[in-house]
Every structure is written in structure tokens, then in C-alpha cells.
Design a protein around this ligand. Structure first.
Ligand code: MN
Length: 738
């Protein structure tokens, strides 16, 4: 399609599109609103007057289209419509942010500023820069969620009009859309936009696949219509007899979802049995709509046999996106299982448009505050945004698509958590400190470990202890971004403390060897142990993984020859700046696979060349053993979805930080307070975590075993030594079986 309109026709077209924007939006505009929108349109038109899009069209078509998506599809109001019209003005024209603030006030200026910041983010290729960009974008959620909503609208229109772009750009933008924008739209409850983003994403990343499914759907349309008619014919009479006003529609799975299902289940298009669902949308009042839903349920199941395991009641417990609906799967005509979705007109609108529709049904004041409520949950996962950007975005994304479970507090409050969440996730969702000190949980009245997985309906009471603190093993079983970030931060703090202690130990030990701890000695030590920062060094001394013998070896090598000295000097120079970093860096030296963290033979895949520290997974090949790919390898999505059963989880570890379990047996004379003294000593020892404590006393004799996890033998030794010093303790020894 080539664009050629005369100036006159073009102006008419612009005017037509602008008018169209104001028609039928969610809001009924006051004169004030209309004036404001008109002003924004005039300024945008003027500012972009010399610009054209790649298609040849005048640039103003784009802001108008984005404003229209914002008004119709997302259902936002005047401020957002104005900001959408102006969203590219500061970025692309001579207008400044101050101009916008002067003309439209603080709110609009803040949103436009947020949007400008996002588009200023560098468009680099590497995953870490990308991730950093996404993180910054997600952080704007904390400022004003409208920034993200308008950004999603902007992205949707760009995806809709991408044909004129070079192919490599299309693929890049489309992958980015599938990676972050579609999940975000999903989480914000914008179902229609999410589906469209996904379909367009597929269209540009896998054009043939897209076209193939598209053609097949077109061919089967007639057949589908006949099926839905035969279904409605059977229940119509009963619905009419009850006086319902309703509409029965077929709801087809999106092209993208069909593709996903084909991959995940390894089936062909023809083999997918639930390509469409039947949706019954009925007219009702807020007061009666739940009752009506179950009445319709009763009618449907009078005529068709339901599958009892496929009943989903999102009306009594809406999803946290606001989604409400009643889903059943029944044996329909021709002996085919078909899903039936029952929902009121109000629920339907919310399901398709998300939160704006949600608040359409409330009064104006509630609308304002509702916007905040809606986002509080998402904001939660954005707190504490330190640390690695890729981790952050990955963790955040996990939460975007997660299925939900609902559990209860002891007081009966309902809490939504992602599927597979554990007691520890629950503890962190209550309060950070509750999470940090979580020792166990009572689930439905029974004592369970903190790693216990929760299920909908569980009632959870957290047991805390002020001695408890996070350890690295916790990261293996928490699933919420909130818990992950909090634990990671606490671990970092711990490492710093150990490093401080280590620095003192190192100073002392070197003094014994007649050496003063100077910057150059530290640098030499860092190089000698192949570490990255001075903090790494202090941490390893503090935790005992660098021992006196190794220090002596360093000294003797250092004194050995001039040649060595010069060598080191040369090696050292470029690294110097790194040593200043205020962080314990992982020194990834081994790769482990699976839940058991086994060491196995592997090859690094040449397609993405993973390096130590990258997020990776193992793929079991037929002839070449395990190949390791980066998680963001271009082949990853297709490998993971095509051959899920051949994927092995894998991670790089720092073997000096790995923990192992040990059991210590203690024997001695019992006295009051002995147990307290022992636990006190263990919890004061920063590197040790207690797993179990088993103690019996009889006739004044004390007999106990303690299971702990430690990083190395010297830690264990240190612990045994301090326990031995307790009065009454006779023997402390390590045993290998209970
Ligand atoms: Mn734009």
C-alpha cells in the first residue's frame, strides 16, 4: 500500500481521524476536557508538521492513533489522552518539557517526561543493556502507571504499522514485544491488547507459521459457526424461559495461543481440541449477576455433561487482574469437549479492557483511588530494585504470567500468590521482617517447613524466630519477585559483614608473616587467588575458604623471584580499577545441573556462547551430550517450547560459596540453659545455618545432634571449637549418619 494523498485530502483525513478520536470514548467529555484535548492536538500537529512516518503518512496520524487506543481500548481519561497526543513532541521536536508544563500543567508534563525517558533508553542489543532499559521502564510504574499504559498503546500502534520497516528491525521490535510488552499488558488485564501484541509478534518473528495458522482458521470458520449454532439451539429455549437477555458467541483462541499449544503439547493444528470456547454474555445487575451466572451454569449442565475437574469460579474469587468469569468444560454436540465461559456484560468488559472498565462501574472519586489500589500489587515486585538487571526483569516477568492461588491468613484475609508459591513467599508477602525471620509455618494447623508449597484454600500461619536469617538456599524455593529481591539484598549485607571480619583476620595473619596489608598487597592477593575485587578476597578469608596455608604459599611465591614480581605488575595494572567495587562478586567456576546441582559433562553451545555467570539452561542433544545455552539465546524459546522434556535447569555456581550439610554430635553434662547457649553460639556464627536440632537429656546427661549447613571445613571446625568451650560439654564430633 503506497500513500499518496493531496494536501487538501490529507488535511481532511487528519480532521476526520481527530473527530473519530472523540467519538465514543469511555469518558463523556466536558467542554473543559474538549478544549484541553483540542489544544494538545493543535500543538502536536504543529510540532510534527514537517515529519512523516516511514509509510509516507503525516506523523500526526501516529499520536492520534495512540490517543485513540488510550481512550477506547484502555479507557483512560483526558489527562492520558492529552499526554498520548503529545507523547513524541519533546522527543522529536523543538518543544521542551517546560513548554508542556506551562501549557498543560504538571501531571501531563510528568507523564510526557516518563515517556520521553523510556524512548531515550539506548537501543543496544546486549541482553544486560536491554534488561536495564526494561527495568527503568518498569520503575516508571512507581511514578505513574499511565506512562506504561500509554507506552503499551504506542507499542501497539507501532506494531500495527510496521510493514514499511526493514525486516531486521521488525524482528527486533517484535521479539521485544513478546518479551516484555505482551506480558505487561497481560498483567494489567488488557486482554485484547495482549492478544493483538502476541499475534503481531508472531506475525513478524515467524511469518510462515503465522500465515499457516491464519489460513487454517479462515477455512474452519464456517464449520465453527455451525457448531456454535447447534450448541445454542439446545440451550436457547431454557435460557429464554428464564427470561435472560444474552448473547452466545464463539471465542477463538488467538493465533499465538494456538501456536503455543502446538509447541508445548507437540500436536498439529487439527489435534487441538479447544481451539475455541463458547461464551455466554448476559445482561444483569450488580446485585444479581453472580446468582444469574450459576443459574445459567445450571441450565447448561442440564443439557450437557460437565467435566467436574474443569470448573473455574473466577466470580467468587476474581483474579488479581480483576478478571471475573465462570468457566466450565462440557461434553458438547458431536461428543466434543467444549469450554463454556459464563459472564455478565460488566465482567466481559473488564475481561477485555482491564482496569479502566473496572472503574467505569464506580463513582468518580473511587476511580481515582482505584487506580492506585490496582497497581499496588505490581509495585510490590518493583521495590528494592538493586542488583542485576537481568535477574530483576526475569524475576518480574515470572510474576507477570504466573497462575494464581489464593490462601488465607489466620485472620481470614485472602492473599493472592503465584502458583508454586511456598510458605516463605507467603511470609514475605505479609511483611519483609516476617519473611526474614520465618522459621516454619502452620498450614491448616499442621507444622510444615518454610519450603512447603501452598495450594488454594490453605490457611497459613507463619512462625518466626529472631535468630533466623536468610540463606542462599532460600532462593531455590521462593517464586515471588518480592521474596527473591529481599533475600538477595539480605545476603549481600551478610557478605559485607563477613568481608569486614575477613579484612581484620587478613591484617592479623599477614602481620604474623611480617607483611603490612597495603593496597598493592591486596591487589597481588586478588590476582593470586584469581578474584575480581578486594571485597571478594576479604569475604573468602572471612568465610574461611582462603586459609593460612594458602596465604603462606602466596608469600613464598611473592618472595620467589623478580620475574614473578614484574609479571604480576604487568597483569595487575588493567585490573586495578575493578578492585574498588563495593561488592562481593561471584567467581563462577563450575556449572551444575538439575535440582540436585550435579556436576555433569557439557559443551557450551556456539550459537550464543555462554560465559560463566550467564543465565543458562542445559539441552540434552541426541549425539552431543548436554549443550548449554543462554536463557536469552535466540533459539531458547523454540527449544524450550518444542522439547520441554529435554531441558535441564543449570546454573553457574561459585564453589567457594557452596554449602554442604554436616551433623555434629554433642555429649556432656546437662544443665539449665545449655540448649540456649548452644543455639546462641550457632546463630552468632554468621556463616552457619541450623537445619535441625535433636536433643535428649536423661539422668543429667546431655545427648544431642545438630544438623547445620556450612561453606567449608574450617567453618565447621570453628563452630565445633566454640561449642566445646561451653561448660559441661565433653565431646563434639562430626558424624556421617544419624
Ligand atoms: Mn510514539
Amino acid at each position: 500500500m503506497t500513500y499518496n494523498l493531496s494536501i487538501e485530502d490529507e488535511n481532511k483525513e487528519i480532521a476526520r481521524r481527530y473527530k473519530d478520536l472523540l467519538k465514543g470514548a469511555y469518558q463523556t467529555f466536558t467542554n473543559e476536557d474538549k478544549k484541553e484535548i483540542r489544544k494538545a492536538f493543535d500543538i502536536s500537529l504543529e510540532a510534527h508538521k514537517n515529519q512523516r512516518r516511514k509509510t509516507g503518512e503525516p506523523y500526526i496520524f501516529h499520536p492520534i492513533a495512540v490517543a485513540k487506543i488510550v481512550a477506547y481500548e484502555i479507557g483512560l481519561y483526558t489527562t492520558s489522552i492529552v499526554a498520548a497526543l503529545l507523547h513524541d513532541v519533546v522527543e522529536d521536536t523543538d518543544y521542551t518539557l517546560e513548554d508542556i508544563e506551562r501549557l498543560f500543567g504538571e501531571n501531563v508534563a510528568r507523564i510526557v517526561n516518563g515517556l520521553t525517558k523510556i524512548s531515550h533508553l539506548k537501543k543496544e542489543q546486549t541482553a544486560s543493556v536491554q534488561a536495564e532499559n526494561f527495568r527503568k521502564m518498569l520503575l516508571t510504574l512507581n511514578d505513574d502507571v499511565r506512562v506504561i499504559l500509554i507506552k503499551i498503546a504506542d507499542r501497539l500502534h507501532n506494531m500495527q504499522t510496521m510493514d514499511a520497516m526493514p525486516q531486521d528491525k521488525q524482528v527486533k521490535i517484535a521479539s521485544e514485544t513478546l518479551y516484555i510488552y505482551a506480558p505487561l499488558a497481560h498483567r494489567l488485564g488488557l486482554f485484547n491488547i495482549k492478544s493483538e501484541l502476541e499475534n503481531l509478534g508472531l506475525k513478524y518473528t515467524e511469518p510462515e507459521v503465522y500465515k499457516d495458522i491464519f489460513d487454517k482458521i479462515t477455512q474452519s470458520k464456517e464449520e465453527q459457526k455451525i457448531y456454535i449454532d447447534s450448541f445454542s439451539d439446545i440451550i436457547k429455549e431454557s435460557l429464554n424461559a428464564e427470561g435472560f437477555e444474552y448473547d452466545i458467541k464463539g471465542r477463538r483462541k488467538s493465533i499465538y495461543s494456538i501456536r503455543k499449544k502446538m509447541l508445548s503439547q507437540g500436536v498439529t493444528y487439527e489435534e487441538i481440541y479447544d481451539k475455541f470456547a463458547i461464551r455466554i454474555v448476559y445482561n444483569s445487575t450488580l446485585k444479581n449477576e453472580k446468582f444469574d451466572a450459576w443459574k445459567i451454569y445450571s441450565i447448561v449442565t442440564d443439557h450437557f455433561i460437565p467435566n467436574p475437574s474443569r470448573l473455574r469460579d473466577w466470580i467468587s474469587q476474581p483474579k488479581s487482574t480483576g478478571y471475573e468469569s465462570l468457566h466450565i468444560t462440557v461434553m458438547g454436540p458431536q461428543g466434543k469437549w467444549v469450554e463454556v465461559q459464563i459472564r455478565s456484560e460488566r465482567m466481559n468488559e473488564i475481561a477485555e479492557k482491564g482496569y479502566a472498565a473496572h472503574y467505569k462501574y464506580k463513582n468518580n472519586n473511587e476511580r481515582e483511588s482505584g487506580l492506585d489500589d490496582w497497581l499496588n500489587k505490581i509495585k510490590d515486585s518493583l521495590e528494592n530494585p538493586d542488583g542485576n538487571a537481568i535477574d530483576f526483569v526475569e524475576d518480574f516477568k515470572l510474576n507477570l504470567y504466573a497462575k494464581e492461588i489464593f490462601v488465607f491468613t489466620p485472620g481470614g484475609d485472602l492473599i493472592a500468590l503465584p502458583k508454586n508459591a511456598t510458605a516463605l513467599d507467603f511470609a514475605f508477602s505479609i511483611h519483609t521482617q516476617v519473611g526474614m525471620n520465618c522459621r516454619g509455618a502452620k498450614i491448616n494447623g499442621k507444622l510444615k517447613p518454610i519450603s512447603h508449597e501452598l495450594f488454594s484454600g490453605d490457611q497459613v500461619e507463619i512462625i518466626t524466630s529472631s535468630n533466623q536469617k536468610p540463606n542462599i538456599g532460600w532462593l531455590d524455593f521462593v517464586v515471588t519477585a518480592r521474596a527473591r529481591t529481599r533475600i538477595k539484598n539480605a545476603l549481600k549485607e551478610d557478605q559485607k559483614k563477613i568481608a569486614e571480619e575477613g579484612k581484620e583476620i587478613l591484617t592479623r595473619k599477614l602481620r604474623h608473616l611480617k607483611i603490612t596489608l597495603s593496597e598493592s598487597v591486596v591487589n597481588d592477593l586478588v590476582n593470586f587467588f584469581k578474584l575480581k575485587t578486594s571485597l571478594d578476597l576479604f569475604y573468602r578469608v572471612g568465610s574461611g575458604s582462603i586459609e593460612s596455608a594458602q596465604l603462606k604459599e602466596f608469600i613464598s611465591q611473592r618472595n620467589n623471584s623478580f620475574v614473578n614480581f614484574f609479571k604480576k605488575k604487568i597483569q595487575r595494572t588493567p585490573k586495578n580499577t575493578l578492585h574498588e567495587k563495593d561488592e562481593v562478586v561471584d567467581n563462577y567456576d563450575s556449572l551444575v545441573f538439575g535440582k540436585e546441582e550435579e556436576r555433569l559433562d557439557f559443551k557450551l553451545s556456539p550459537c550464543c556462547n555462554p560465559i560463566p555467570g550467564d543465565k543458562v539452561f542445559g539441552f540434552v542433544t541426541i549425539n552431543e551430550g548436554i549443550k548449554v545455552h543462554k536463557k536469552d539465546c535466540p533459539n531458547a524459546i523454540s527449544l524450550q517450547s518444542n522439547y520441554a522434556y529435554r531441558i535441564m535447569s543449570a546454573k553457574w555456581i561459585d564453589s567457594t560459596k557452596q554449602e554442604f550439610k554436616a551433623i555434629i554430635k554433642i555429649y556432656g553434662n546437662d544443665h539449665v540453659g545449655l540448649v540456649n547457649e548452644i543455639t546462641e553460639i550457632i546463630s552468632r556464627n554468621m556463616n552457619v545455618n541450623i537445619h535441625g536440632l535433636n536433643i535428649s537429656g536423661h539422668d543429667g546427661i546431655f545427648d544431642g545432634s545438630i544438623t547445620v549447613s556450612v561453606k567449608n571445613k574450617s567453618q565447621l571446625q570453628k563452630l565445633s571449637d566454640s561449642i566445646k568451650k561451653i561448660e559441661g560439654i565433653e565431646t563434639v564430633e562430626r558424624i556421617y549418619k544419624h
